[in-house]
Design a protein around this ligand. Sequence first.
Ligand SMILES: [Zn+2]
Length: 276
Amino acid sequence: MPKKGPKKKSKKSVRRRSWNPEEYASKMAPIVARMVGLDILGLSDEQMEALLKDILIQIIGDRVTKPKPETLVNAIRRGQDKIYSIIASRLLDSMDPSSITPDQFEFILSYIGPFVIEYIDKLIDISKRLDPSRIDEIRHLWELAWSQRNGGPIGTCPRCGFKAVGPDGTCIVCGYVLSDKELKNSVDFEVKLNSFIQEASCEDLKRILNNPILYVNDYSVTITRTSPWDVEIHLNKDELEKVRTEYVKRCEKRRRETLAIQKSEDEIIKEIISKL
Ligand SMILES: [Zn+2]
């Protein structure tokens, strides 16, 4: 007797689509763009196709029947933040910064998200041309994007105001090389050093006196590097003096006390021996 179920199923799975997803995505791109309101970007159908086509192809996936425009729109709305951040970055890639319109700039600022880091130079240029007052918002987006990554610049640049000081003391946004004093200010070194000194062990204080280098992260200073973004700081005379003072106050005293206890023990032992 022939088996029923499996045969039917395998017949179903060989159904092939009789349409080309790429062609369909090209045709649908401008239509879907209008439906989701992307016509605000003022792009031609060809430009819209370049921005959206491969996203639509991914949404279509291996569907056998052509998805309705509404289905494509719903899929875009479900993944809107991610899809629009890709579109925002593609706009910046494909267009000259000098031709970005205020509406396009608005869209980019709303959706660029994590890509702000890669496109920071273009964004600053466009902001200078269209609306310099938006630079604060770009600074905020920049910090937000870094906070979502593992690590990032520690200090704020005194020239451009971005939290963008690299581990070598150069601003990764504007290229400014910070002086020693500026670098220490930018990473809040004094405050972090003071609390470090209070909490450090005698051993650590001694290590700094022998090798006066510390690494600054967002929250504190450490003796060894904890991330590639940590800023290396060489202690100056005054800072080293602070360490020395604390060491003498807290550690030398203890050392002397320990020695004194040892000494008295030695004396007691001597006494005992002499009485034997
Ligand atoms: Zn800078």
